[in-house]
Design a protein around this ligand. Structure first.
Ligand SMILES: Nc1nc2c(ncn2[C@@H]2O[C@H](COP(=O)(O)OP(=O)(O)OP(=O)(O)O)[C@@H](O)[C@H]2O)c(=O)[nH]1
Ligand SMILES: [Mg+2]
Length: 407
């Protein structure tokens, strides 16, 4: 079985790459560097020819994972890949025109114009880790869904690096960019020197995951992390309390291949929590960024309207919509959303009475809080049925006293 050895080999090559990023430029690469560079380039073009259509045209990739029917949810969840692509093209034109759009799939999707189609195979990061001979049974989450999590947490980085990409933007087939973004997001990120950008927050940090992070921190000497939880506090009750709702994020690929991150990814993979507890890539990405990335390298984009939700049994069970401050049609878009969808809470009945809420969000460290509007249907359902809201909630935004997000 592949990944570990080959992956470690990538990590070595990649971490040399990222070290090169910060070193003073050298005119002549050493013979060893030349060998590494040509080895990496050969690997990249071989992988691309075998698994992907088309050629790489950009250093930036917009990545979807696609499927014909959802492997975990019921038939009420129609697949909205085409609609998501249309909105992306309409509203992020500058970014899309300068980047490659890639759809990773298992062989069940037909080609789409101007899109690179890449097959999901063991070699492109799809499947269980080599030591897991049997996937633990789970009545809610298919094996494919858990491979998706492993892809976005562990295997996407060496895969995209091998394909020759430097930055990646994730889109889900249920992610919608609903207002214009007139600049190229990748260039904006580079200009700001940011390594990880997200759109909105989710409040979630299950205890089993917190214990995993606390155990990892305790086992690592000397300290690898940049900002471990303050002494005596657990991860979930301090830095991990708020997570990035990462179904839209943009990040620098080489950062994920540096030795500290690779070690954390390997510990997460080895824990099997993805397969036993459905520990999400959202949790892993959040913890990586919070433990290892200087705050100044993070950025929230709050200027465009974004929708991402999970429909279960016909109602929105998680997620919602958050308005962007540059969106002139935000109120109308939110009203239309409230008129179209119904919410359902964890163990509550449904509601069609969706409320536009107001809160403040921060785009950068020590930056001002911008007033923002959002709708959280599961929260509305809990309130309508006088049930305490679920602790796990997205989009998460505090109405009264917003907390600094960059903790
Ligand atoms: N090829 C393939 N893609 C999948 C599979 N499971 C999920 N995906 C895709 O991976 C992306 C993320 O999956 P979603 O179901 O949206 O999961 P999520 O948004 O992280 O989490 P939820 O809150 O559970 O909706 C979507 O584009 C899915 O279509 C799978 O088994 N096979
Ligand atoms: Mg999704």
């Amino acid at each position: 079985m592949m990944p570990l050895l080959i992956w470690l080999a990538y990590v070595v090559v990649a971490s040399q790459d990222s070290a090169r990023d910060y070193a003073a430029p050298r005119r002549h690469p050493s013979p060893r560097q030349r060998r590494n560079i040509s080895h990496a380039a050969r690997n990249a073009s071989r992988a691309a020819r075998r698994f992907c259509t088309g050629r790489r045209q950009s250093r930036d990739a917009i990545v979807y994972l696609g499927q014909r029917t959802h492997s975990s949810y019921d038939a009420t969840r129609t697949i909205t890949l085409n609609a998501s692509l249309e909105m992306l093209h309409a509203n992020m034109r500058r970014t899309v025109e300068a980047a490659d759009v890639i759809i990773f799939h298992e062989g069940d999707l037909d080609a789409i114009a101007n899109v690179r189609m890449c097959l999901l195979r063991e070699e492109t990061g799809w499947g269980p880790p080599p030591w897991l001979s049997e996937i633990p049974a789970n009545e809610n989450w298919s094996a494919g869904y858990r491979f998706m999590i492993r892809f976005y947490a562990v295997t996407i980085w060496p895969t995209l690096h091998r394909l020759g990409y430097q930055y990646v933007m994730r889109m889900d087939d249920d992610s919608f960019i609903l207002s214009p973004v007139k600049y190229n997001v990748f260039n904006d990120l580079r200009r700001r020197g940011a390594w990880y950008a997200y759109r909105t927050l989710s409040r979630e940090c299950p205890l089993f995951f917190g214990e995993f992070v606390d155990g990892f921190i305790a086992s690592v000497t000397p300290k690898l992390g940049n900002r471990p939880p303050p002494r005596g506090e657990s991860y979930c009750s301090s830095t991990g309390a708020l997570a990035f709702y990462n179904n839209w994020h943009v990040t620098k690929i080489s950062w994920w291949l540096e030795p500290g991150r690779a070690r954390f990814a390997e510990a997460f993979d080895r824990s099997n929590l993805i397969f036993t507890h459905r520990a999400g890539d959202l949790l892993f990405q959040t913890a990586s960024v919070k433990l290892f990335m200087p705050k100044a390298r993070r950025r929230r984009y709050a200027d465009f309207t974004y929708r991402h939700h999970s429909i279960i049994g016909g109602q929105v069970a998680f997620g919602g919509i958050e308005a962007g401050w540059r969106d002139r049609d935000a109120r109308a878009t939110l009203r239309a959303y409230a008129a179209t969808f119904e919410g359902v809470g964890n163990g509550t009945g449904t509601t069609s009475d969706l409320r536009v809420r107001k809160c403040g969000v921060q785009e950068e460290v020590d930056g001002p809080f911008r007033p923002t509007l959002y709708i959280s249907p599961a929260l509305d359902a809990a309130e309508a049925h006088h049930v305490p809201p679920s602790f796990t909630t997205a989009p998460f935004c505090e109405e009264q006293m917003p907390r600094a997000e960059f903790e």
